[in-house]
Design a protein around this ligand. Structure first.
Ligand SMILES: NC(=O)c1ccc[n+]([C@@H]2O[C@H](COP(=O)([O-])OP(=O)(O)OC[C@H]3O[C@@H](n4cnc5c(N)ncnc54)[C@H](OP(=O)(O)O)[C@@H]3O)[C@@H](O)[C@H]2O)c1
Length: 248
């Protein structure tokens, strides 16, 4: 028996990358895991793969987290299918990089709507049940870009910095009910999101990482699992950088 046995964990995204690694980590611990993505077939196929890989229970849902009604419907379906949500991991995120002068308003909005408003939608939708249960864990995946900024990513940096402020405010609202809200800020992680960077940029980033390697989804999943677990029960409003020292 693990501390996550029979607990319900909702991870937004989860069809690939960091979210997928988180889903696998919780499924291995016996949790009932829900993942979501923008297309039903992808989400269901990923859930089946993770379940086969881990021997755990994983269900995939189609949801665009930028839509508040869609998120409300997701939380209702997850609760009905797997039971009340104990852990929420706000992981789904996108980039639409470009210099500010050339950034289209829709690229600004898409990133804010998914990376920041998406987390707001999900936290709001799960918080009522968590308050009733007087327990819960919320882990928001920000980025070191939200701490130190990055030219070409004003939209992404604003969303990720916003997520840190949002998490600290929400942590204060929920702390007395034994619900913790924490942030994991990954550095440079090997996923589809970073695979599109130029060779030159990737080489430059690697040179700046004191540990001289790119992080993995599993590196981030380990931090998320720690913050969701009993060993972190007195930690709330914290930002845990998992970046091989990149943002020091
Ligand atoms: N990779 C890094 O170096 C790095 C560093 C710092 C922070 N992060 C953050 O970590 C998180 C995961 O990143 P990643 O690298 O794993 O990215 P990724 O490989 O591109 O995966 C993104 C995930 O988000 C889902 N998603 C995107 N928009 C969505 C929406 N509107 N509704 C529902 N799901 C949506 C995608 O699902 P579908 O495509 O199936 O819809 C996919 O599962 C993001 O928040 C990212 O900003 C990543």
């Amino acid at each position: 028996m693990s501390e996550f046995s029979d607990k319900t964990v909702l991870i937004t995204g989860g069809t690939r990358g960091i979210g997928r690694a988180c889903a696998a980590a919780f499924a291995r611990e016996g949790a009932r895991v829900a993942i979501c993505g923008r297309t039903a077939a992808t989400a269901q196929a990923a859930a089946e793969e993770i379940a086969a890989e881990t021997g755990g229970k994983v269900v995939g849902f189609e949801t665009d987290i930028a839509s508040s009604p869609a998120v409300d419907a997701l939380v209702k379906s997850v609760t009905e299918t797997l039971g009340p949500i104990y852990v929420l991991v706000n992981n789904a995120g996108i980039t639409r990089d470009g210099l500010l002068m050339r950034m289209k308003p829709e690229d600004w909005s898409a990133v804010i709507d998914t990376n920041l408003t998406g987390a707001f939608n999900c936290c709001r939708a799960v918080s009522r049940d968590m308050l009733k249960q007087k327990t819960g864990r919320i882990i928001n995946i920000s980025s070191i870009i939200g701490i130190r900024g990055q030219g070409g990513q004003t939209n992404y940096a604003a969303a990720k910095a916003g997520l840190i402020g949002f998490s600290k405010a929400l942590a204060q609202e929920l702390a007395s009910r034994n619900i913790t809200v924490n942030v994991v800020a990954p550095g440079y992680i090997d996923t589809d999101m970073t695979a599109v960077l130029s060779e030159e940029l990737r080489a430059g980033l690697l040179e700046r990482i004191p540990m001289r390697r790119q992080g993995t989804g599993e590196d981030i999943a380990a931090a998320v699992k720690f913050l969701a677990g009993a060993d972190a029960s007195y930690i709330t409003g914290a930002v845990l950088q998992v970046d091989g020292g990149l943002a020091m």
